[in-house]
Design a binder for this molecule. Sequence first.
Ligand code: NDP
Ligand code: F7E
Length: 326
Amino acid sequence: MNTQPRIYVAGHQGLVGAAIVRALAARGLTKLVTRSHAELELTNQAQVHDFFRNEKIDQVYLAAARVGGIHANNTYPAEFIYDNMMVQANVVHEAWGAGVQKLLFLGSSCIYPRLAPQPIREEYLMSGMLEPTNEPYAMAKIAGIKLCESYNRQYGTDFRSVMPTNLYGPGDNYHPENSHVIPALMRRFHEAKETDAPEVVIWGSGKPMREFLYVDDMAAACVHVMNLDRATYAAHTDPMHSHLNVGTGEDVTIAELARLVGATVGYRGRIVFDTSKPDGTPRKLLDVSKLKGLGWQASTPLPEGLRRAYAAYRGLQPAQLAGSSA
Ligand SMILES: NC(=O)C1=CN([C@@H]2O[C@H](COP(=O)(O)OP(=O)(O)OC[C@H]3O[C@@H](n4cnc5c(N)ncnc54)[C@H](OP(=O)(O)O)[C@@H]3O)[C@@H](O)[C@H]2O)C=CC1
Ligand SMILES: C[C@H]1O[C@H](OP(=O)(O)OP(=O)(O)OC[C@H]2O[C@@H](n3cnc4c(=O)[nH]c(N)nc43)[C@H](O)[C@@H]2O)[C@@H](O)[C@@H](O)C1=O
């Protein structure tokens, strides 16, 4: 008899969800349940209710969300708060209703105050004002952590939360405006190289600092955290501060990142900065000592991750690029 858990990966066609599926499959887990966005609309409570009642799920990785870079967050704040609040409320509530014991919620490092002391420790949550360019998304993510904690406290569930830093890798969104900085720059440098363009424009001043984690490292961290025994997780967290940071513990300036992406792509032209575009938060380096103490740390250095991501980008068909969305 196959006694493996039935694991639902929500958002399995996205950057992180696809990597979680890869990580679970590599560990020999075969009872994976997935639904595309077209098959299951997670903002629709009735659909989510029926899904959980019919599927007898044991574990949930909640990697479905409305996601985008600084421009998308700033341009579509209503969608970023509404979609994310609805998706997580429906999934957490219906998972609980169907008796799911274990769930891992994916938040984001933008939950922390804009000017938090660096590196950012988990307990700095709600100690100051958020970064305005992504405040609605961050508010939804904070609510997601609190949803998990509230169901744990009232109903005894084991719903955990991880807060990833900025992610990148194969399967990213390469939309020219709505994507995050790494896929945006990879595409821009690649197209500049192909067309012999003399310069590439980088948004903002180049001075903000960001920490970047390769997506397969993120997936490995998710599986690691899900599989920690309950007493161990509880010993390293607090019922009302239950989230764990996931990152590398190292950051670079956006100007340094641009040079690295340019070198990865083999672009030899100039880099210029468009300071009419927002910088966002000046720095958000995560303190990852809690997760290290729990036995996990990142293993892919940024230059290596960029090489792998660029190889994956070059393998994409033009139609896949044209179809990339927010
Ligand atoms: N990428 C990053 O740098 C970071 C990501 N995170 C978090 O990690 C998680 C995964 O992000 P990532 O993989 O990058 O995002 P992606 O946009 O790549 O993937 C999200 C997936 O969720 C699906 N989805 C979105 N809305 C719905 C919905 N209403 N119903 C059903 N499916 C839906 C999307 O489908 P479709 O595309 O068809 O809409 C997509 O497949 C998210 O929680 C995100 O907030 C946190 C920090 C950084
Ligand atoms: C993961 C995280 O992602 C978002 O926050 P962000 O860290 O600001 O993410 P970003 O990747 O979009 O930008 C990082 C930095 O890079 C600069 N930058 C330069 N040139 C481009 C560029 O071409 N595109 C983008 N997107 N940024 C650029 C940009 O100006 C900024 O200074 C959140 O809204 C929220 O979604 C969240 O949680």
